[in-house]
Design a protein around this ligand. Structure first.
Ligand code: SAH
Length: 407
């Protein structure tokens, strides 16, 4: 998952290689073009055609926007975005198809199944039974999808005859979709061999679905069972980002001639989810934290990690950037993917934390500090970040603490 917030600035095309880093620049370019416009020539949209009222039956007439707000995974759009993120989805597919030995005749639990895509992969790879648990309305679609592809209970005997007749080597598997929260459902079996999930949010931990995976692991996973993926790491780097900081933060200084600086403070607190051009990176990348999903406890999602970022050239630093990777270490061959600026873009993009100070840094100088990450006490789906940083350089001497909130 990656979510999946409505106010994310650019629509992502996670699978689009060529798009890596471009959206950031596009917006900057648009801003420059706008400035070129003479005030009087700016057009309104009065001449734009007004579209007809949409047909309710096509958009789920019984749902209101409030339903979607509280249950964004019920809408297919978010699943479309995730499925089209080929870095994400194909990595899971490869992990499952290329490691059939892990799945053959095993009982699998898919935590947060969405459309059921991971369950279908597992079934096709020969799992004996897959329990697909999904709490949103998408569970109803997952049931239909499972049926349409011949993996439901009802199809079992007819499929057994058909499949075994022609492909006697094909194992028989069945998917049971359970609609409800992992924390509340009754699983028809006492134990499972494998837990698979795509739980990662922006900044890895936004939405805190990892807790749900750990809950399922503690409750149902057999002793030597496996969790996929089983390793997640968070990284930090520093970027030059003057144009975009100007556009996103300094913008509030003067809005049509009015001072809206109070919003600037809020804009600084909310990390920005966007793609960063790898050429903007001024320092090395520092590993902050690695989590072993098969062993960690829920409390481990709160941590403080020190960092030391060494400048690789003379430049300005406007922001620190966080990103993550996930690994499937139980595979035949170590497999995983990264959401970093140097990797193919995913729908998670990167998370940009703007600094109050613009740091002027010389090659070899270091920004040192620590990052503290913890779920918000009032709303555990939100993540609080405290950043302490200092630079004692030739041109900048800065020491500061900043607080951010992913929400
Ligand atoms: N596995 C799918 C969907 C991943 S998105 C895929 O890879 O495409 C994560 C899904 O988990 C969402 O559909 C969300 O509704 C579901 N989810 C989140 N928390 C859950 C919980 N506690 N119980 C059941 N489902 C949950």
């Amino acid at each position: 998952m990656g979510r999946r917030r409505g106010h994310n600035k650019q629509s992502s095309s996670g699978n689009n290689n060529d798009n890596n880093c471009s959206s950031h620049q596009q917006v900057t370019r648009m801003m420059v073009d706008d400035e070129d416009l003479d005030e009087t020539t700016e057009s309104s949209n009065l001449d734009d055609p007004i579209s007809d009222e949409p047909d309710d039956s096509l958009i789920g007439g019984d749902k209101t926007s409030a339903d979607y707000y509280f249950d964004s995974y019920s809408h297919f759009g978010i699943h479309e975005e995730m499925l089209k993120d080929t870095v994400r989805t194909k990595t899971y597919q490869n992990v499952i198809y290329q490691n059939g030995f892990l799945f053959r005749n095993k009982v699998v639990l898919d935590v947060g199944a969405g459309t059921g895509i991971l369950s279908l992969f597992c079934a096709k790879a020969g799992a004996k039974h897959v329990y697909a648990v999904e709490c949103s309305q998408m569970a109803d679609m997952a049931k239909e999808i499972v049926e349409a592809n011949g993996f439901s209970n009802g199809d079992y005997y007819s499929r057994r005859l058909l499949i075994h007749k022609y492909f006697s080597h094909t194992p028989l598997s069945v998917i049971t979709v359970l609609k409800g929260k992992v924390e509340e459902i009754v699983l028809p079996v006492a134990q499972v061999d494998i837990i698979i999930s795509e739980w990662m949010g922006y900044f890895l931990l936004f939405e805190n679905m990892l807790d749900t995976v750990l809950y399922a692991r503690n409750k149902w996973l057999i002793n030597d069972g496996i969790v996929l993926p089983d390793r997640a790491s968070l990284y930090l780097t520093a970027i030059e980002d003057s144009d975009y900081k100007e556009d996103k933060i300094e913008f509030w200084n003067n809005v049509y001639g009015f001072d809206m600086c109070c919003i600037k403070k809020q804009a600084m607190i909310e990390p920005l989810v966007d793609t960063v051009d790898q050429n903007q990176m001024v320092t090395n990348c520092q590993l902050l934290k690695t989590m072993d999903i098969s062993k960690m406890s829920p409390g481990d999602v709160s941590f403080t990690a020190p960092f030391k970022l060494v400048a690789e050239r003379n430049d300005y630093i406007h922001a620190l950037v966080a990103y993550f990777d996930v690994m499937f270490t139980k595979c035949h061959k170590l497999t995983g993917f990264s959401t970093g600026p140097r990797s193919r873009a995913t729908h998670w993009k990167q998370t940009v934390l703007y600094l109050v100070d613009v740091l002027t840094i010389c090659e070899g100088e270091t920004v040192v500090g620590s990052m503290t990450v913890a779920p918000n006490k009032k709303n555990p789906r939100d993540v609080g970040i405290m950043l302490k940083y200092s630079l004692n350089g030739q041109h900048s001497q800065v020491s500061r603490t900043q607080h951010y909130k992913m929400r």
